[in-house]
Every structure is written in structure tokens, then in C-alpha cells.
Design a binder for this molecule. Structure first.
Ligand SMILES: NC(=O)c1ccc[n+]([C@@H]2O[C@H](COP(=O)([O-])OP(=O)(O)OC[C@H]3O[C@@H](n4cnc5c(N)ncnc54)[C@H](OP(=O)(O)O)[C@@H]3O)[C@@H](O)[C@H]2O)c1
Length: 259
């Protein structure tokens, strides 16, 4: 497999880049890509996005940062997806990368047999599956003339393994893994990776520790949170960038931090 050529002028989109893993991924990618690169950071929280931008400007001043704030699954998401993927001058980029990182845990306070509200279920999959497909499609339309393209789906062990009371999250991550495996089959020239970052010290783990219905799963996350044994997002982000640089993963594969 040819080198991924991250160290060239790259157009890069990172969703969920206002905090947590997304912020660490945006910073680490910015530090790796070449002169003339543009990184688009998107999420709802403008304060967090400004913080990400400042951190990138401090360590990767050769990269331009563009903030696009909004709800990727909101009522005007089509227009937002277009703004996120707008490439100012496609001929100036040698590589285009999108990292589908934004996600939510959903309602983990119920067992699967208690999930009865169709709006809660539909909204969850709108945010975590449908919006990813729509944004991805917009990325393909906008970057068609850029020779190298890479799509990263941030996944989880939960795509492969059931976690009691996490049916929405496990179902969404499993669906995304398969969607990106299909994409990899359809577009062998595009590099496609599903990266599972391992348990991270982020707000998602705190939310899991406080809200999970199943006592065993909740105890696991309480332990991670209390003992601070979850990974630093920066460490996991570095591993993902290394996977892209090494460029040896099977197209469409699910690769875990611990692999
Ligand atoms: N934390 C873990 O232990 C863990 C383990 C395995 C996999 N993962 C995966 O890693 C990724 C990042 O997780 P994390 O722990 O960093 O999560 P996090 O701290 O909760 O951050 C989630 C990010 O997604 C954004 N976001 C959420 N809903 C959004 C919406 N409707 N529109 C736009 N942006 C939205 C949030 O920003 P705003 O709130 O500002 O919009 C935030 O930037 C996720 O895909 C997660 O499933 C996490």
C-alpha cells in the first residue's frame, strides 16, 4: 500500500472537535500535515472550538484552522454539512481527510426491552448514523478532484461486543462499522479506517459512570472515572495518526488502540 502522504497540503475535517478525543485528534493531525493545510473543526460548542483553534495555532502555525459551529444532526444540517466540507481551492490540496468522531452515548438508563420512545430512538440514529452518512456524502462531493482521500470512523469496542443497557450506542457503532466496510469495498482507492480509541478520560466516561442502568457496566465506568485509569485522549489520538502514517491497515478494518 502506498504511503498515506499525510505530510502534504491536506484538507482535513474533524467532527466533535470542541473537546475530548476530537480536540486531541484535530491537534495531532494538524501537527502532522504539511504546509498549506486547512483543518475544519466542527461541533456545537463555539467556546470549545475556539480553544481547539488556539491550541492548534500554538503547536502547528503552518496550518489554517476554520471553525464551523452547529448541530450536525439539526434541522439545517444539510446546509451545515456543505459549509463544513467547502474546500476553498481543491487544486491546492493533495490529500483530503474526514474524521467522523462526533457521537453521543444516548439513553443508557434503560435496558433494551424498555426502549419504547420512537423519537428518542430516531433522534439517536439521526445523530449517530444518518448524519454521518449525509456528511460523508457531502465530503465526497466536495473533494472529488483531490487524488488521495481518507475516511476515519471513530468506533468502539461496543461495535463488536454487547454492553448491557447500551443498545443504542452499540447498535449505532456496529451500523457505522458496516457502513464504512461497504464504502471501502465500493471505493478501493479511498483509505477507510474504523478506529476504536479505547476507554478515554472524557465527559463520555463520566456520563456513563453516572447514567448506566446495568450495575456491572456502571461499576466498570465508575472505576475508570474514580481511579483515572482511562487513557489520555492525546495518547489515543497519536496512535490513530500513526496508523494513518504507517498506512498498513486493511481497508475498512476495525482497528483498536490495543491491537
Ligand atoms: N470516551 C470513551 O471512552 C470512548 C471509547 C470508545 C469510543 N469513543 C468514541 O470516541 C469519540 C469521541 O468521544 P469522546 O469521549 O471524546 O466524547 P465527548 O467528550 O462526549 O465529545 C463528543 C464530541 O461530539 C460533539 N457532538 C456531540 N453531539 C453533537 C452534535 N449533535 N452535533 C455536533 N457535534 C456534536 C461534542 O461537541 P459539542 O457538545 O460542543 O457539540 C464533542 O466535541 C466518539 O465517537 C465516541 O463514541 C469514546
Amino acid at each position: 500500500m502506498a504511503a498515506a502522504d499525510l505530510k502534504v497540503a491536506t484538507f482535513c475535517v474533524v467532527t466533535g472537535a470542541s473537546k475530548g478525543l476530537g480536540q486531541a485528534l484535530a491537534i495531532n493531525l494538524a501537527e502532522t500535515v504539511g504546509d498549506g493545510s486547512l483543518i475544519v473543526v466542527t461541533a456545537r460548542g463555539e467556546g470549545g472550538l475556539n480553544d481547539t483553534k488556539k491550541k492548534i495555532e500554538a503547536t502547528a502555525p503552518h496550518v489554517e484552522v476554520k471553525i464551523v459551529a452547529g448541530d450536525i444532526a439539526g434541522p439545517y444540517s444539510d446546509e451545515l454539512h456543505k459549509r463544513i466540507c467547502a474546500v476553498p481551492s481543491p487544486q491546492s490540496f493533495k490529500h483530503a481527510i474526514i474524521v467522523h468522531n462526533a457521537a453521543s452515548l444516548g439513553d443508557v438508563s434503560k435496558l433494551t426491552s424498555e426502549l419504547s420512545d420512537p423519537k428518542v430512538i430516531t433522534d439517536y440514529y439521526q445523530m449517530n448514523v444518518s448524519s454521518v452518512l449525509c456528511l460523508n456524502s457531502q465530503f465526497f462531493s466536495a473533494t472529488g478532484s483531490i487524488v488521495r482521500r481518507t475516511v476515519v470512523n471513530i468506533t468502539s469496542l461496543c461495535a463488536l461486543q454487547p454492553f448491557k443497557s447500551w443498545a443504542l450506542y452499540c447498535g449505532g457503532k456496529a451500523a457505522r462499522d458496516m457502513i464504512f466496510k461497504v464504502l471501502a469495498q465500493e471505493q478501493p482507492d479511498v483509505r477507510v479506517l474504523s478506529y476504536a480509541p479505547g476507554p478515554l478520560q472524557t465527559e463520555m466516561v463520566e456520563y456513563a459512570a453516572q447514567n448506566t442502568a446495568d450495575p456491572d457496566i456502571r461499576a466498570f465506568f465508575v472505576g475508570l472515572s474514580k481511579n483515572r485509569t482511562a487513557l489520555d485522549p492525546d495518547e489515543s489520538a497519536k496512535k490513530m495518526v500513526k496508523l494513518l502514517l504507517d498506512n498498513k491497515f486493511e481497508n475498512g478494518a476495525h482497528v483498536d488502540f490495543y491491537d
